[in-house]
Design a protein around this ligand. Structure first.
Ligand SMILES: CC(C)(COP(=O)(O)OP(=O)(O)OC[C@H]1O[C@@H](n2cnc3c(N)ncnc32)[C@H](O)[C@@H]1OP(=O)(O)O)[C@@H](O)C(=O)NCCC(=O)NCCS
Length: 171
């Protein structure tokens, strides 16, 4: 059976898959400091706000007929801060399905994300990364992000304090 990978902008119908990938990370990792799985209602509102504000969301879709296409990862840009002086700065998110991590998908989703930040006229992308998240630190470093801060014990999850590393890419 042959399979292929398609990277494309997300559509609203992708939200259940985007949510499932995120919620798995909520429950099993410190990639996000959320404790509870989110809801489809909230994810749809997130999608609509991104559409309205022209913030990119990309999905990686595995196509392996006769199986239906499967979303196996996503990346997005979000507003960094509401105050107008921050409008040229954004934050990124990137989540790969647990069974597809470590296969280079992160890069496949990072490249169009950076391109869409440039196209939108943004100046800086900030990534706030759990300090123990080696894969994410390496992925961002590989794409030109530089470490600009290390916050100690600002997070708490699974019964322990967590450090956060901020990395930024100036476009
Ligand atoms: C972090 C994440 C997006 C990286 O994507 P990925 O597709 O798994 O990573 P890639 O295969 O593209 O690898 C990126 C780099 O990290 C390295 N890497 C991958 N997994 C790693 C691990 N567990 N430990 C150390 N390095 C790792 C790879 O070797 C590669 O570096 P290289 O090109 O120098 O060899 C993905 O693992 C993921 O979704 N994790 C859970 C959610 C998450 O952490 N999101 C980011 C929140 S900031």
């Amino acid at each position: 059976m042959t399979s292929s990978l398609l990277i494309r902008p997300a559509v609203r119908e992708d939200c259940p898959s985007i949510l499932d990938i995120y919620n798995e990370a909520v429950l099993t990792t410190t990639a996000t400091y959320d404790y509870e799985p989110s809801t489809l209602e909230r994810r749809l509102a997130w999608f609509d706000a991104h559409q309205r504000d022209n913030f990119a969301i990309w999905v990686a879709v595995e196509e392996a007929p006769p199986h239906p296409p499967r979303v196996i990862g996503w990346s997005s840009l979000s507003r960094f801060h509401d105050r107008p002086g921050y409008r040229f700065t954004c934050e990124n998110s990137i989540y790969i399905a647990a069974d597809r991590r470590g296969q280079g998908l992160g890069s496949r989703l990072m490249l169009p994300l950076i391109a869409s930040a440039r196209a939108r006229g943004l100046h800086v992308i900030i990534a706030a990364i759990d300090a123990s998240n080696e894969a994410s630190l390496r992925l961002h470093e590989k794409h030109g992000f530089q470490k600009v801060a290390h916050f100690r014990e600002v997070g708490f999850k699974f019964g322990r304090w967590l450090d956060v590393v901020d990395m930024q890419l100036t476009l």
